[in-house]
Design a protein around this ligand. Structure first.
Ligand SMILES: C[S@@+](CC[C@H](N)C(=O)[O-])C[C@H]1O[C@@H](n2cnc3c(N)ncnc32)[C@H](O)[C@@H]1O
Length: 323
């Protein structure tokens, strides 16, 4: 395995870390932190599957930095506004700011933006990306600001932060008024949930979302007492009682790598949380191959309407979940 940029920077002596606590912001699952002394590291992550991963490895994991750190390492997310917001948060709580990012995640444009404010001590290019560091500059202007889109609060980096997703809109065009106990799987900032709750026949709605920032937006957007908010991994989540309906616009990538497997895991999980007469509604890009997984988990699967780009699927009669 080739050394990570961080390991390389430390091994070559280019980067010398001061004594003290190290906050690592948003390291994805599998990111190489082996060059850092674990006892000094606190992972700051708001994405549930990553939180579970780092906790599983024995790291202390927080959702926000606590106090002051000697070093803040930011693993760059792809969304530019989210990257800036993270840098602002990191620079605000540490002496030394280290930024590590892939070219494809926009490290060059962030470096350029940082250079307009301060001069990095060092920039190291390796493995299709860059790592650079500097005494933490004043980046408060980049701090996350909420937006209002169509009467919903969103924040930088959440899915479709600029307004309702086309696929989600297509789903709502075909979704009938629902009833009973409904689960919104991967609820984001609550676009589908607000529409689902327009039906008085809905008795309870579970919003399940891994991104805590998105879920916090949903809490602001949905004030209906029938709603319950779950910060959880949708592929593992199970409601307290079997659900009558699951509604879902599944993620098809985890932000960095393409992964249709994630959508399939959502389908499996939906089938497992439904009552025997339960119904699953989902929308997907027409080119995404979910049919086999749907057929494996539901006895009835039909495509209802949709748009040229999106298929809206209704699946019913889930097979009994295998133990
Ligand atoms: C395509 S978006 C749909 C969001 C929202 N339902 C909408 O219509 O705007 C999928 C959502 O799933 C979330 N997500 C991704 N992986 C997840 C996981 N393992 N568990 C729960 N939610 C996840 C993403 O953060 C994102 O908000």
């Amino acid at each position: 395995m080739s050394h990570s940029r961080l390991t390389h920077a430390l091994d070559t002596g280019a980067l010398v870390l001061p004594e003290g606590r190290i906050a690592v912001f948003a390291p994805p699952t599998g990111f190489d932190l082996s060059a850092l002394e674990q006892a000094r590291v606190e992972v700051v992550s708001r994405f549930y599957p990553d939180v579970a991963y780092w906790q599983g490895l024995g790291y202390r994991v927080l959702q926000e930095p606590e106090g002051h750190y000697a070093v803040a390492l930011v693993v760059l997310p792809r969304a530019k506004d989210a990257a800036r917001a993270l840098l602002a948060e990191a620079a605000g709580c540490a002496d030394l700011l280290v930024v590590d990012g892939q070219k494809t995640d926009g490290v060059d444009s962030i470096l350029k933006a940082v250079k307009k404010i301060a001069t990095p001590d060092h920039v190291l290019s390796k493995a299709h990306g860059k790592i650079f560091w500097l005494a933490a500059p004043a980046l408060a202007d980049w701090a996350a600001a909420p937006s209002d889109v169509d009467g919903f609060v969103t924040r930088p980096g959440v899915f479709s932060a600029d307004g309702p997703d086309k696929g989600s809109r297509a789903l709502l065009d075909d979704l009938p008024a629902l009833s009973g106990h409904v689960v919104d799987l991967g609820a984001g900032w609550g676009y589908l949930s607000r529409a689902i709750l327009k039906s008085d026949a809905v008795t309870a709605l579970d919003l399940v979302e891994a991104d805590l920032t998105a879920l916090d937006c949903a809490r602001e957007n949905i004030t209906d007492p029938r709603a319950t908010f779950h910060w959880a991994d949708a592929t593992q989540f199970r409601p307290t009682a079997p659900a009558n309906v699951v509604v879902c616009n599944p993620p098809f990538h985890t932000g960095r790598a393409g992964d249709p497997g994630l959508g399939r895991a959502f389908i499996r999980s939906a089938a497992a949380m439904l009552a025997p007469a339960g119904v699953f509604w989902m929308v997907a890009n027409r080119h995404l191959p979910y049919e086999d997984t749907l057929a494996e988990h539901f006895r009835e699967v039909e495509t209802i309407g949709g748009t040229p780009g999106f298929k809206v699927i209704r699946a019913a009669k889930p097979h009994r979940a295998r133990p």
